[in-house]
Write a protein that binds this ligand. Structure first.
Ligand SMILES: [Zn+2]
Length: 135
């Protein structure tokens, strides 16, 4: 049975989960990860803590056209997230983010925030279905 814990401990549970996941995530993926641990943190609390982390700049988002937020914990102002269309896995593309930063500098622009979302397929895709597990 889940036990209620105080806010700072709940925030630590969320931050530890973000660290352990190690890749960009949606709020639902984060919630599913945390719910496996029976850490006593409700879905509403996870979402509320996430909103606070957005507001204080701890995490950054790419917001897709249909409203889905893909979140990442990064200090970088330029970041690129690649999404597998088969399994929903996200991964960072630091090389592309660096290329976009250099490209904007070549255009005499000082990049503020660069946030790129790319849809792709995992390389290990076989028989029409991605072989990686969904979080
Ligand atoms: Zn995949």
């Amino acid at each position: 049975m889940a036990v209620k814990v105080n806010l700072s401990k709940r925030k630590k549970v969320v931050l530890d989960a973000i660290e352990a996941m190690g890749e960009p995530f949606t709020a639902l993926q984060l919630w599913r990860y945390i719910s496996k641990s029976d850490a006593g943190v409700s879905r509403a609390t996870v979402y509320r803590i996430l909103q606070g982390l957005r507001e204080d700049g701890t995490i950054k988002d790419i917001v897709l056209s249909h409203g889905l937020h893909i979140s990442i914990r990064t200090e970088e102002e330029a970041y690129c997230i690649m999404e597998c269309v088969d399994c929903g896995r996200f991964q960072m593309c630091p090389d592309l983010a660096a290329t976009m930063t250099a490209s904007s500098q070549n255009l005499s622009m000082i990049p503020g925030q660069i946030a790129i979302h790319i849809r792709a397929r995992c390389r290990d895709r076989q028989q029409g279905v991605c072989q990686r597990a969904i979080l």
